[in-house]
Design a protein around this ligand. Sequence first.
Ligand code: ATP
Length: 318
Amino acid sequence: MSADPAAPLLSVRGLSRRYGDRVALDGLSFDLAAGELLAFLGPNGAGKTTAFEILTGLRRADAGEVRLSGQLMAPGAAELRARIGVVFQRPAIDEKLTARENLLLGAALMGVSRAAARPRIEAALLRAELSARGDEQVAKFSGGLRRRLELERALLGEPDLLILDEPTQGLDPGFRRTFWRGIREACARRGLAVLLTTHDPHEAAECDRVAVLDAGRIVAEGTPRALCDRLGGDVLVVEAERPDELAPVIRERFGVEPHIEGDTLRFTLPRAHEAIPRLVEALPPGRLTSVGLHLPTLADVFVHLTGRALGAEDAPAP
Ligand code: ATP
C-alpha cells in the first residue's frame, strides 16, 4: 500500500501490551500531524517506555496498529522505520570519537551516503554551534552539548517523525532552551513531527499538545493551556503542621477536596487570591506555615485528573 496524503503522519490505534498480568498499555490511540509536537506526560509506570519501545520498533505490541502516512508499520518495515529518528533517554554517543566522527557514524548507520552526509553534517554542526569544535573529542563536551549533538545526529537521516524519551532530563535551563530551539527549528524547517515521552511537566509544556498518560491510557489530551484551563482557577498551596486536620475545614468552607502530600495541601479555586484572607480566617490560628498561589501547571493538571502527583517539580505555566 502506498502513502496516503490525506492520512495523519502518525496514526496509532488500540495499542495494548501486557507483561504477565500487568497491563502496561491499554488501547492507546492517537494521531500526530506533520510539524506537530506531542508529549506523553505520565508518572513512572504509566506505560511511556512501553509506548516508546513499540513505536521505535524495539518491542512488539499484543494488539493495535501503528501507521505512518497511512502505511502499516509491520515488523521489519525498514523503509518506514527509516523515516523515524530516535533520541534515547540514556546518552548514546561515543565519547572517544569527535563530534564530526559521531555524526558520520550516525549517518552511515542510517544508510545516508557519505556524499549526502557531508553537507548535512556541516549544517548540523553549525546549528548546534559546534562548527569550531567538530574535530574535538566528545568526551570534552558538556552534557548539554552532547545532547544537542544527539539531536542533530537523529536528524541526519531527515526523518519525518522524531521520537524522544525524556530528552532534556538533567540539563541546565540554558541547554534546555537551545535544545528546544533546535527542535522547533526542525519542525518549522522540514515539517518534522515530534513525539516525546516524559514525566517532567517542564518538558511537556514545551509541546503543542499534551496527552496525559495514566495506567496505560490517555486520560486527557489538549494544548498545555487548555489542559491547565480545565482546573477552572488558580492553585492554592497551604503548608501546615497537621494537614489532615485542615482538610475538613477547607472541604467545608470552600467545597473542594484538597490534595494532601507531605505537609502540603493543594486545591484549586476560581479567583483564588480573594480566598486567601478567608482561608487564613477559617483555619485555626498558628496552624499554617505558609500560603501560596500559582497559575495551574501540568503537574497540577495531573493531580486534578488522577488524585496523585506526577512525582516531578512543577512546570511554569504555559
Ligand atoms: P518508567 O518511567 O518507570 O519506565 P513508564 O511510564 O515508562 O515508567 P513502563 O516502563 O512502560 O512505564 O511500564 C508500564 C508498566 O509495565 C509498569 O507497571 C511496569 O512495572 C510494567 N513493566 C514494564 N516493563 C516490564 C517488564 N519488562 N516486565 C514486567 N513488567 C514490566
